[in-house]
Design a protein around this ligand. Structure first.
Ligand SMILES: [Zn+2]
Length: 344
């Protein structure tokens, strides 16, 4: 029996990080001040062997993520690709500290595993951005993820308008980072302000402001009143040093516009909430000990007062293919001439 999309329990914000082992094409900063980031994230994701990045890290990461989903109360997670920082002409900015996850990697994984949906990432200035978008749509992309402050994307540029219009026409929502970003180098910290979302919103695109504006929560809430196609996600709400005002996000007219996202492998801890007296020591202790970070993140949000509907709402926003049919077709193709039939 197929689950209707509106009842799928989805975490719409999970990152893939990789070292490029086994030809995945992923890379991460190996030098400079962000070189500790991926090892730290791996540790927080539960990969705690002595040299976590050695060997087949990328395969182990996916394997662990799949186990977390299967052992949780979720049906699926959106796995995010990550385009590289680029200049206005689309050339790679080699000096920026970033990590990179190719779209093909998340599209392949989503094709193989029904627990995974694909969140692609396309800098609109990159060469053949339109073709990459067409390919992603063809292969069932569920959303498009961007971090303008780190990827160096000026969302207000008029020449990007056709790109946003294309996303809007295809029903592909944009998950766009708002607030500060501590895990990567911010080339334009000011582009974490929610006002940048006006560009794609004015083109009719559905936009999900990741982190509900972060430090700019008030500005996010103002924009929410102005644009009915704007939503927010709850990514990284359980990081240890969060100072969010949850009470305003829990107001009925606001919480109805939010979807659930964990931001894994970002750390998921209870003690920040206990410290800020949002939950009792007893509750924090109990929930903080849940081993599975996907489930721990969700249970903490439930304890903060977020409703069950938070994680089924994504089903109505994301571009979801009829899951079983799509994947059955892929399986059938796989036996005959899979690569040729799936790529253009
Ligand atoms: Zn994120």
């Amino acid at each position: 029996v197929q689950t209707p999309p509106g009842t799928l329990r989805i975490d719409a914000h999970v990152h893939l990080v990789g070292t490029g082992s086994h030809g995945s094409g992923c890379w991460y900063p190996r030098q400079g001040r962000y070189r500790w980031m991926v090892p730290l994230l791996a540790w927080s994701f539960g990969m705690r062997r002595r040299r976590p990045l050695r060997g087949d890290f990328d395969a182990r990461y996916v394997h662990r993520l799949l186990r977390y989903v299967r052992e949780s109360s979720f049906d699926a997670v959106v796995l995010l690709a990550m385009d590289a920082p680029r200049d206005e002409r689309g050339a790679l900015l080699h000096d920026a500290d970033s990590f990179y996850v190719p779209n093909a990697t998340v599209l392949d994984l989503a094709q193989e595993h029904r627990e995974l949906l694909s969140g692609v990432s396309i800098h609109p200035a990159r060469p053949e951005a339109e073709e990459e978008l067409a390919r992603a749509l063809d292969r069932g992309a569920a959303l498009l993820k961007l971090i303008p402050s780190c990827q160096n994307i000026d969302l207000s540029l008029p020449r990007y308008r056709p790109f946003w219009e294309r996303c809007a026409a295809a029903g592909l929502p944009l998950l766009i980072h708002t607030g500060r970003e501590p895990a990567l180098q911010e080339l334009r910290p000011d582009w974490g302000h929610p006002s940048i979302l006006r560009g794609p919103l004015d083109c009719g695109a559905t936009v999900i402001a990741a982190h509900c504006g972060g430090i700019y929560q008030r500005e996010f809430l103002e924009l929410l009143r102005e644009y009915p196609r704007l939503f927010g996600d709850t990514a990284a709400f359980n990081v240890p040093f969060g100072t969010k005002s949850f009470s305003s996000l829990l107001e009925p007219e606001i919480v109805g516009r939010l979807i659930h996202g964990s931001d894994l492998p970002a750390p998921v801890a209870a003690w920040g909430h206990v410290w800020q007296r949002r939950m009792s020591v007893r509750t924090g202790w109990k929930l903080g000990r849940i081993a599975n970070p996907l489930e721990r993140d969700w249970q903490l949000k439930r304890a903060l007062g977020f409703p069950e509907a938070l994680r089924t709402r994504a089903g109505a926003l994301l571009r979801l293919q009829p899951p079983s049919r799509e994947k059955t077709m892929c399986t059938l193709n796989a036996g005959v001439h899979a690569p040729a039939s799936r790529s253009r």
